[in-house]
Design a protein around this ligand. Sequence first.
Ligand SMILES: NC(=O)c1ccc[n+]([C@@H]2O[C@H](COP(=O)([O-])OP(=O)(O)OC[C@H]3O[C@@H](n4cnc5c(N)ncnc54)[C@H](O)[C@@H]3O)[C@@H](O)[C@H]2O)c1
Length: 247
Amino acid sequence: MKLLDGAGRVALVTGAAGGIGRALVKGLREAGARVTALDLSEPALTAVYGRDEHVSTIAGSAASEGDVKSAVAATLDTFGRIDFAINLAGMVGAGRLAETSLADWQRLIDINLTSAFLLCRECHRALKASKGAVVLISSTNGLNGGSFLSGAAYAVAKAGIINLTRYLAKEWAGDGIRVNCLAPGPVATPMLDRLKADEHAALKRAIPIGRYATAEECAAQILFFCSTHAGSTTGTVANISGGLVLD
Ligand SMILES: NC(=O)c1ccc[n+]([C@@H]2O[C@H](COP(=O)([O-])OP(=O)(O)OC[C@H]3O[C@@H](n4cnc5c(N)ncnc54)[C@H](O)[C@@H]3O)[C@@H](O)[C@H]2O)c1
C-alpha cells in the first residue's frame, strides 16, 4: 500500500529547509507531488532544492503576513492549486520565565504559533477548493508543559498548535478540509545541535525506546495525514516521542 498518492497534488511547506522539512519534501516528491518550499534563507533552500524543477523555493518568514500571502499567491500562480498546507517553521527558546523578555516571548509565539494561523488562514480558500489537508507541528512540550530548556513561550505556542488543530478540524470539516498535528519528542535534526554530549546521553536514556525519532518517521506521519488513508482522521495529535511523554 502506498503511503500517499501525490500525483497532481501540490503542497506548501514552511520550514522546508530544516531537518523534518527536507525529509518531508523528499517524501512528497517521491509521492509525485509538487511543492512550494518556504524558509528563511534562499541559499539554504537552493542548496537543498536547486535542481528540482517541481520544487518552487521562496525565501521569507512564515511569521510574516506579507510573506505568507506572497507564498500562497506564488504557489497558486506556479502550480494552480494547494492540496496540503504544512507548517514546520519553528524555533526553540530557552531560559526561565522571569528572565524572558517581551521581545523574545513575542518572537517565539510568532514563529511557532502565529505562523500556523497565517498559513491556515491564507490557504483556506485553496484548500476548500481542493478538499485538502493541513498538518501543523506541535511538540511534546505542548503536551507536558515543557521546561526551561526550550522556554515557556515555546511550550505555550506548541500547546496552542494543538488547540488550533482541534478548533480548525471542527470549523473546516464542513469545507472538506482535514486538520491534524504532530507532537514529536526529540527528533534527530539540527534543532538538537544545541545540546551537549552528556545532555544527549541523558535524554536518550529517558526515552523508553532508547533513541530519538527520525525526521523520516515524522515525514511519514505527515504523508499519512495528507493521504486518503486518513480520510476520517481530523483533529488528532500524533505523539512521536518513543514513549517519553504519554498523556
Ligand atoms: N527536532 C526536534 O526535536 C523537534 C521536536 C518537536 C517539535 N519540533 C518542531 O519541528 C519543526 C521542524 O523542526 P526541525 O526539527 O526540522 O528543526 P530545524 O531547526 O532543522 O528546522 C526548522 C526550520 O524552520 C525554519 N524557520 C525558523 N523560523 C522560520 C520562519 N520564521 N519562517 C520560515 N522558516 C523558519 C528554520 O530556518 C529551519 O530550516 C519545528 O517547528 C520544531 O519546533 C522539532
